[in-house]
Write a protein that binds this ligand. Sequence first.
Ligand SMILES: Nc1ncnc2c1ncn2[C@@H]1O[C@H](COP(=O)(O)OP(=O)(O)OP(=O)(O)O)[C@@H](O)[C@H]1O
Length: 254
Amino acid sequence: MTSFATQPGGATPDALAAVTAACVELGGRPVLQGVDLIVEAACLTAIIGPSGCGKTTLLRLLGGLIEPTQGRVEGNRERTAFVFQDHRLLPWRTALENVALGALSTAAGRPERQRMAERLLSECGLSAEAYRLYPAELSGGMRARVALARALAAAPHLLLLDEPFNGLDLQMRRSLQTMLRALVERRGLAAVLVTHDLLEAARIADQVVAISASGCVLFRERLSHPPAKRDSDRIQAAARRLMQRLEATDSDRN
Ligand SMILES: Nc1ncnc2c1ncn2[C@@H]1O[C@H](COP(=O)(O)OP(=O)(O)OP(=O)(O)O)[C@@H](O)[C@H]1O
């Protein structure tokens, strides 16, 4: 792992990527302003903040899709995979084929990619009968599982997720949240999850970073207790605290 000694707070032995004092302008308008963020292996970071504040922009910056106008982004971003809100599966390919395509960047041959895709779909909780269905034949929850499996097929170190569980019912969201958390721990992934759902952040994140409407870091909070030890009272208390901190900072600005 890389150490980024120049980060605020000093060196972080498990840092996988670091954003330092990053500014991004899009269409001639400032979107992110002086953002610092460290992401670590086996750690899930939730990014919260109002619509349009730059959460997706921050993911794209971390994933190397855009470069900062000022500041730096460090770390090995070659082994990065994205999961998008709309999942972006190829509609003319089956679930299995979509996942096998995700492994194209690896050295695996075709039969091995196929076996890998089956293993990953199983790990992501898709039942074997659904492997040969097309995206239009899958439920939203099943599509989210396929999208996660496809992202894992690239054997990423850094997993960037942009509201991947939006629009799913509560039970399905919980099931997918639990699965994502288990993947982070089992595979030692550094995961960054953009979410509007404070309960989701309070349930599965290790750290929460809040972005303000003007694209600055409002606050960052390390959540106490490992997610497995967070019962519903702790989760609700943490979500309430996050909401209060967001509201307090909002009213400071008014
Ligand atoms: N390619 C672009 N060109 C110009 N402006 C852009 C571009 N992409 C995004 N923006 C603007 O940058 C701002 C931040 O967008 P971004 O998608 O990062 O916000 P977000 O916090 O993820 O929003 P949401 O929560 O609604 O998904 C928005 O005002 C958006 O309109």
